[in-house]
Design a protein around this ligand. Structure first.
Ligand SMILES: *[C@@H]1O[C@H](CO)[C@@H](O)[C@H](O)[C@H]1NC(C)=O
Ligand SMILES: *[C@@H]1O[C@H](CO)[C@@H](O)[C@H](O)[C@H]1NC(C)=O
Ligand SMILES: *[C@@H]1O[C@H](CO)[C@@H](O)[C@H](O)[C@H]1NC(C)=O
Length: 385
């Protein structure tokens, strides 16, 4: 375990202007895939006709790689012949880190997976899913032309009937199967038009006051977002596409720290529903149309079934963050570290970690105290466990 010297240098070099949210984690470039776990099993979650392959297989088959532009590609296998009754290979990955309330996420892509039977998503979930809440930031199926956002929670979280957002509410009860959905109303939020417009950026703010999602098509991305390196300030972003204020959903009750998920499945519980499939992809309206018309055979219809991601960045409003191990994963938690006379550190964390994890936080707290003493208000520490 050590504090990255690069991070230490960055911390001392910065003289933060008390920006609201400071960068704590970035997934981009050749390192994009470090810090993610690959599922390595068939889709036993949404009944899709896919195998989410392990990392070795995804790398070897080039289903997950970084392209010459330095963008992460995550795709459906579009070169293998899949016989009847078999599933097609693709990818589902989850971050090892969990990001607490007090986080802003930026997601910048130039292409999203689309096409008949294709069901991609960029979303977040608590460790004890579904109890710890779920935020669907990007999700759509088949030839839908717009993105649909949603929260999924236990009973007791709703979206108010009147809310300040540019999107269109479909369902206000977040504990239903569909979740509390909001359809994007701006142009080019999904499908071919998203790519033609050069892609775009989503920002998600997870705050005690609510959860808010913004979308900008490429030409509308504010410079404060496109040039955000160290910090972001959501207060300048205007009305979000989707708003879930805490007035009717106690965010601290329904959302634990969230890990990020990127996945693509085929058919399954949404894209494959006969009426849903038929509404944009036609066919004979039978339950097997999605599978038979797409998944099997040579897969040439999956040439557009890929994410091309420029970066994912996580920012935190907390003056101090440490990472702690919990159940084999890493949880980012706000920490209050204070030095005692003996130079030992104590640490309070909002996560229910194991004893081992707490011990690691305490050790890291010692390292952190040194930085805090340098009065770096926006400092963060990063632990490699
Ligand atoms: C899905 O498969 C994984 C890997 O085998 C397993 O850990 C998990 O419990 C399964 N989940 C469900 C809902 O069946
Ligand atoms: C950060 O945001 C969280 C969640 O909204 C809030 O509870 C906390 O007070 C904020 N911390 C700071 C330092 O503003
Ligand atoms: C497979 O998809 C890629 C884009 O991800 C495309 O460039 C390629 O032409 C496709 N291959 C086939 C055989 O359709």
């Amino acid at each position: 375990m050590h504090l990255s010297s690069a991070v230490v240098a960055a911390v001392f070099a910065s003289t933060p202007a008390l920006a609201a949210y400071n960068l704590v984690k970035e997934y981009s470039g050749t390192d994009f895939f470090s810090g993610w776990d690959f599922y390595g099993n068939y889709d036993n979650l949404t009944s899709g006709d896919v195998i989410w392959v392990d990392q070795a297989n995804a790398t070897q088959s080039k289903l997950a790689y970084v392209n010459d532009a330095g963008h992460a590609i995550i795709k459906v296998d579009n070169t293998s012949f899949v016989p009847y009754n078999y599933k097609r290979d693709t990818v589902r990955i989850t971050t090892q880190e969990y990001f607490p309330i007090g986080t802003v996420l930026l997601f910048d892509a130039t292409h999203l997976p689309y096409g008949c039977s294709v069901w991609p998503s960029f979303w977040t979930k608590g460790q004890n899913w579904p109890i710890g809440g779920e935020i669907d930031i990007i999700e759509a199926v088949n030839l839908m032309t717009y993105n649909q956002m949603a929260l999924h929670t236990q009973n007791g979280c709703t979206q108010p009937s009147s809310v300040t957002q540019t999107g269109s509410t479909g369902n206000t009860n977040c504990s239903t199967d569909a979740g509390c959905t909001v359809a994007e109303k701006q142009s080019n939020s999904f499908g071919e038009s998203f790519a033609t417009a050069g892609g775009g950026v989503w920002a998600t703010q997870i705050d005690t006051s609510g959860i808010y999602i913004w979308f900008w098509s490429r030409e509308n991305v504010p410079s404060s977002v496109s040039s955000a390196t160290d910090s972001v300030d959501p207060s300048s972003w205007g009305t979000p596409s989707a708003s879930y204020p805490s007035s009717s959903c106690n965010i601290e009750q329904f959302f634990t720290p969230q890990q990020l998920v990127l996945d693509i499945t085929l058919c399954g519980n949404w894209a494959g529903v006969a009426s849903v499939y038929q509404s944009t992809c036609g066919g004979d309206g039978t339950a097997t149309a999605c599978y038979l018309n797409n998944v099997i055979n040579n897969g040439t219809n999956y040439a557009n079934a890929y994410f091309e991601i420029s970066y994912i960045k996580a920012f935190s409003n907390s003056s101090a963050l440490v990472a702690t191990a919990s159940g084999g994963s890493t949880v980012l938690v706000s920490a209050t570290a204070s030095a005692t006379s003996g130079g030992a550190a104590s640490s309070e964390s909002s996560s229910a970690g194991s004893n081992a994890a707490v011990a690691q936080v305490s050790l890291e707290g010692q390292a952190y105290v040194g930085l805090a003493a340098a009065s770096v208000l926006a400092a963060f520490s990063w632990v490699f466990l």
